[in-house]
Design a protein around this ligand. Structure first.
Ligand code: MD6
Ligand code: FE
Length: 198
């Protein structure tokens, strides 16, 4: 895992937030549901880029080219995210999906692996905006010991190499720890390469 604290300065965070507002105007946040149980997740989601990660009761976790509620293609990925991927990702092909997670109040994300991609040689890169998220990361087995890292607005994390399939999650958000978002809460953007380059 690579950790780049404050990779985005306050100007960069505001610029990325502006891009995010445009994305959400075209592709609104929605509440995804878990495979089989159909239980709603506590985070709300949207995506940008050619593909988006989605989940629902009937069809489970997958990537698809359209928003599940509007049926429209996802908005394009902002150039600044493509630049960031090439700057820190160390991977010669562009990302295909950017998943946007929004955590309000008590939202959290259980320990999981990012493993719905074909290509585990590519890293997964995350950018945080807004309130601190208490990130927990362990090893490739769910039973491996975990450590905690407080992710602040502007921090970037890259899961690659040995850690590409490490279990990770968000225990909780620390409210009122950032002034970036008027509405409070936290956005996390994860950039992924989905298909093997051909
Ligand atoms: C989050 N992050 O920070 C959730 N996945 O809200 C992730 O699930 C994640 O931070 C892959 C790589 C980096 C991450
Ligand atoms: Fe993840």
């Amino acid at each position: 895992m690579q950790y780049f604290p404050q990779k985005l300065d306050p100007g960069g965070q505001s610029a990325l937030l502006g891009e995010l507002r445009r994305i959400m105007a075209q592709a609104p946040l929605y509440t995804p549901t878990m495979p089989r149980s159909g239980r709603p997740m506590s985070v709300r989601m949207t995506n940008c880029g050619p593909l988006g990660w989605v989940t629902d009761k009937e069809r489970g976790y997958r990537y698809q080219a359209t928003h599940p509620e509007t049926g429209k293609p996802w908005p394009p990925m902002p150039q600044m995210l493509l630049d960031l991927w090439h700057d820190v990702g160390g991977y010669p092909f562009p990302p295909e999906a950017c998943l946007v997670n929004y955590y309000a109040g008590p939202a959290k994300m259980g320990l999981h692996q990012d493993r719905d991609e074909e290509d585990f040689a590519a890293p997964v890169l995350s950018v945080s905006l807004g309130d601190i998220g208490v990130f927990r990361v362990g090893g490739r087995s769910r039973k491996d010991p975990t450590r905690k890292l407080e992710l602040r607005s502007g921090d970037v994390v890259v899961l690659d190499g040995e850690d590409r399939l490490a279990f990770h999650g968000i225990d909780r958000i620390l409210p009122g720890t950032s002034e970036l978002l008027l509405e409070g809460g936290r956005f996390n953007l994860t950039l992924r390469r989905v298909s093997k380059p051909s």
